[in-house]
Design a protein. Structure first.
Length: 181
């Protein structure tokens, strides 16, 4: 249950890492993600009177972030952000560890998923929301979220050629994202 003042501030601060990770999954750009999180917190604070105490603050914040991203995306969809290729050139790295290679494979496979499937999978697997909470964030039925997560998991296991759980490695987020219910 939320209490006014310091407790609310503490809960908002505690949500920042998850909000940032969610924003990065949308933007693939840390600076834009940080701007998106900052705008989310500003909007939440300005509209805190609309938050219903006793409900899930994280789900409310994720919904604000998602709506801000989609509004910004609609504005930017005709822009060319990397005309000279400078940003893409910075993304090139030569990994020196197998786990880094596995992560890059996972990230690339995740990026190929349709936006709705990726969003549902990240809300459930990476951010730990329940199906019901994810359905609220996405503004769809619970069954739709379950279906999107299932299709996303199946496609990732195919793309990553995962045949057994032992191949998933020690990373719990990856295991959660690919694990069947």
């Amino acid at each position: 249950m939320l209490v006014e003042g310091a407790s609310l501030r503490d809960e908002l601060l505690a949500a920042l890492p998850s909000l940032r990770a969610f924003a990065i999954s949308f933007t693939n750009n840390r600076d834009r993600a940080d701007d998106l999180v900052q705008e989310t917190i500003l909007r939440a604070w300005a509209n805190i009177d609309k938050f219903e105490p006793g409900t899930n603050l994280n789900a409310w914040l994720f919904t604000i972030l998602r709506n801000l991203f989609h509004s910004d995306y609609r504005k930017r969809k005709h822009e060319v952000e990397d005309a000279d290729g400078a940003y893409a050139a910075r993304l090139k790295t030569h990994p020196d560890q197998q786990s880094h290679l596995d992560f890059e494979d996972f990230r690339a496979a995740l990026a190929t998923l349709p936006k709705e499937q990726r969003e549902a999978l990240l809300l459930i697997g990476a951010h730990g929301l329940s199906y019901e909470e994810a359905a609220q964030v996405c503004n769809v039925a619970v069954g739709t979220v379950k279906s999107r997560v299932n299709r996303a998991r199946l496609k990732l296991t195919y793309l990553l050629d995962v045949t057994s759980e032992a191949e998933l490695g020690p990373d719990n987020v990856t295991k959660a994202a690919l694990a069947a219910d």
